[in-house]
Design a protein around this ligand. Structure first.
Ligand code: NAD
Length: 290
């Protein structure tokens, strides 16, 4: 299949490479020359504009920083340029309202557009083991599934357009909250004189267990290998966690949903990022609590 890929950064670079490995012809565009060079090295054809990349493509995949950029790229460069009937898949994490709006505009222009944000981080993007949460029509989902499967281990239809983004921000709001709760519990356990490995051994098989504890433990040397064992480098940057929490708060305000824990988590990650830790893994917030 001929697939245009727009946005070949930390995530998109590995995803596009996996499409090539699956036998697709990938037409790549990114504003950053370094990202394009990496795409060329992994077998993509590279172009100097999004318009050129989407010309003749049967599907378009995008992995861009935010909703404003997604709207601008699709409105200016994809609608009317990509062939009629092309399948459009935005895998960026963006706000639900923009995802729905852009999908509506796409439908009016004759395209099936789906939001397909991911979980799994840069490691998952490189390894082709992402989880895709997909919003769009059942027909669109059936067309998207084989393409997304080349980049992920799980592809789940969440519902109508925007539902993928809704699932993503609700999931990551849990993640932000449980990480802070887990960090606070370890900090308190330590102050109370508990050995932290012993506390892990107890809590990881008790009701305090969560992914934040047993797959991504914020304490170095405790639990499986995680960014804590690497000085909180790599992994999921605090700035990205904050981005997702802000999207959840925006959706909460729009729907009148009280989000006390989500709000507090966003405040704590704002302070963490503003103290120079925007690029630190989000589990590093434990250092401000210990
Ligand atoms: P990134 O900044 O590494 O990559 C974004 C790329 O988009 C950059 O290469 C940039 O040059 C390019 N770009 C920006 N504007 C463009 C435009 N107008 N036209 C073409 N290219 C343009 O970011 P990332 O970490 O790859 O994240 C991409 C998306 O994936 C974000 O929405 C992020 O929230 C989401 N996400 C990231 C992670 C992660 O762990 N990094 C995990 C899940 C989801």
């Amino acid at each position: 299949m001929i697939i245009a890929f727009i946005g070949l950064g930390n995530m998109g670079g590995g995803m596009a490479a996996n499409l090539v490995k699956a036998g697709h012809t990938v037409r790549a565009f990114d504003l950053a020359p370094a990202a394009l060079e990496r795409a060329a090295a992994s077998g993509c054809a590279t172009f100097t504009s999004a318009r050129e990349a989407v010309d003749g493509a049967e599907a378009v995949v995008s992995m861009l920083p935010n909703g404003a950029i997604v709207r601008a790229v699709y409105t200016a460069d994809v609608f009317g340029t990509a062939p009629a009937g092309a399948l459009l898949l935005d895998c960026s994490t963006i706000d639900v309202a923009t995802a729905r709006d852009v999908a509506d505009t796409a439908a009016a222009a004759g395209y099936a557009m789906l939001d397909a944000p991911v979980s799994g981080g840069i490691g998952g993007a490189n390894a082709g083991t992402l989880t895709f949460m997909v919003g769009g029509t059942p027909e669109g989902f059936a067309r998207a599934e084989p393409i997304l499967k080349a980049m992920g281990k799980a592809v789940i239809h969440a519902g109508a357009p925007g539902a993928g983004q809704a699932a993503k921000i609700c999931n990551n709001m849990i993640l932000g909250g449980t990480m802070i709760a887990t960090c606070e519990a370890f900090a308190l356990a330590e102050k109370l004189g508990l050995d932290l490995q012993t506390f892990y051994d107890i809590s990881s098989v008790s009701s305090g267990q969560s992914w934040s504890m047993t797959s991504y433990c914020p304490v170095p040397g405790v639990g499986p290998q995680s960014p804590a064992d690497n000085g909180y480098q790599g992994g999921f940057a605090a700035a990205l966690m904050l981005k997702d929490l802000k999207l959840a708060l925006e959706a909460g305000a729009a729907t009148g949903t009280p989000l006390a824990i989500g709000t507090r988590a966003a405040e704590l990650y704002t302070a963490f990022a503003e103290s120079g830790h925007g690029n630190t893994d989000f589990s590093g917030i434990i250092e401000t609590l210990r």
